[in-house]
Every structure is written in structure tokens, then in C-alpha cells.
Design a protein around this ligand. Structure first.
Ligand SMILES: [Zn+2]
Length: 65
């Protein structure tokens, strides 16, 4: 699953591990985190996170469905 990295502190959210300190079980995708979830390290909002590995330029990723 896609990991997300905090743009402010570099903390990585790994869905395989979840965020036990915040009550997030392992296996929860970043997109499924509650909107009030914040970075466990610096308190940044979800909007301050970005996918850790951006798709290669020219690589088309189907969206939706
Ligand atoms: Zn952070």
C-alpha cells in the first residue's frame, strides 16, 4: 500500500503498520484515516502529507472506479 510522508517533519505513515499511538490499526490506508487524524510527530494535518513515492512522469495511473 501507498506510504505517505509528512512534508513538515518527514514522518512516514506506513499503512502496513498503522499508527498505534493514535488508535489506527495496521492495514488502514492513508485515505481511510479520519479527517481529524494528525501527524503523530508534529501535529500536521493529512493535507500536509504527500505520497512517499510519486508516480514516474509519463506513467499513467488509473484514478477512480
Ligand atoms: Zn509531521
Amino acid at each position: 500500500m501507498q506510504k505517505y510522508i509528512c512534508k513538515k517533519c518527514g514522518h512516514v505513515y506506513d499503512p502496513a503498520e498503522g499508527d498505534p499511538d493514535s488508535g489506527v490499526e495496521a492495514g488502514i490506508p492513508f485515505e481511510a484515516l479520519p479527517d481529524d487524524w494528525v501527524c503523530p510527530q508534529c501535529g500536521a494535518k493529512k493535507t500536509d502529507f504527500e505520497p512517499e513515492d510519486a508516480p514516474m512522469p509519463g506513467m499513467v495511473v488509473p484514478v477512480g472506479e
